[in-house]
Design a protein around this ligand. Structure first.
Ligand SMILES: [Zn+2]
Length: 266
């Protein structure tokens, strides 16, 4: 019976995936599974594991174990992202990201935010988890499992409008990748704010001031926090979240995002 159900699930996964145009978000070439030929040369700067990533057949479950392919970029377009290995800081808090924000990453993040792009959360979170593992020294990497992964929250009204919080999608995928706990509602957004993208740094700071609060502090008091967002630009949103977390007694915090614009000199 179990075997018949498994075959049925595979069949339904195949039928449903064939209704989706599986093409590269950036250059629109069709994506095949497995995706064609690996690039001849991978430029300097791409870390060990890149080939494994490019060969990985990502998929995500939609319902009852039925899965869809999670590949969203062709190999050449993945390699248009700019990997970074430097660690930057917001005051004393490390900001870890696998990529420097560039035009390609912005397109990927726009898809994640506005096109129901759950398929993009899986491959991005693979890189984010890897960046976090690299940051933790070998002796600390076993301690990663004790961290609590939380997203930068969206206001309820924005989440209802969009249907999901993209930072929460990334955070839950990172926690699954690392085997850590995940909480979508430790930190909440108590005030709806304007989009940060049109504001300068002082405007961004003003916009998010007192926009967050911590719920149910006792449940998670002893946990180290990894705060996840899609992008860190000037860092004002993350800085305000950190301020509230610290006010509530959380002192061991790391910020993790898919891309950052901050440089080591900031
Ligand atoms: Zn492409």
């Amino acid at each position: 019976m179990g075997r018949i159900l498994g075959v049925l699930r595979d069949f339904l996964s195949f039928v449903i995936s064939s209704f989706f145009t599986n093409e590269c978000l950036i250059c629109h070439i069709p994506l095949y599974e497995p995706d064609g030929i690996l690039p001849v040369s991978i430029q300097d700067g791409w870390p060990e594991g890149t080939v494994i990533f490019l060969q990985n057949r990502f998929s995500f479950n939609i319902l009852w174990g039925i899965s869809l392919p999670g590949k969203v970029l062709c190999n050449d377009c993945w390699l248009k992202l700019r990997p970074v290995s430097d660690y930057t800081f917001l005051d004393d808090i490390p900001v870890i990201a696998p990529f420097r924000t560039n035009e390609t990453l912005l397109k990927v993040i726009r898809y994640l935010k506005f096109s129901g792009g759950i398929s993009v959360a899986k491959p991005l979170s693979w890189w984010m988890a890897k960046a976090l593992r690299n940051y933790a020294s070998p002796c600390d990497s076993a301690l990663l499992i004790q961290k609590l992964i939380i997203p930068v929250p969206l206001h309820n009204s924005r989440r209802r409008e969009r249907g999901y919080n993209q930072a929460s999608l990334l955070a839950s995928c990172v926690s699954a990748e690392l085997g850590c706990r995940f909480s979508a509602d430790l930190l909440v957004r108590v005030r709806n704010t304007k989009s940060q993208s049109s504001l300068d740094a002082p405007g961004r700071r003003e916009n998010v001031l007192k926009a967050f609060d911590v719920l149910d502090i006792n449940k998670f008091y002893d946990k180290d926090i990894v705060l996840v967002d899609d992008l860190v630009t000037t860092g004002e949103t993350a800085r305000e979240c950190i301020r509230i977390l610290k006010l509530n007694g959380f002192s061991n915090i790391i910020v993790l995002s898919a891309g950052k614009s901050l440089s080591a000199a900031d």
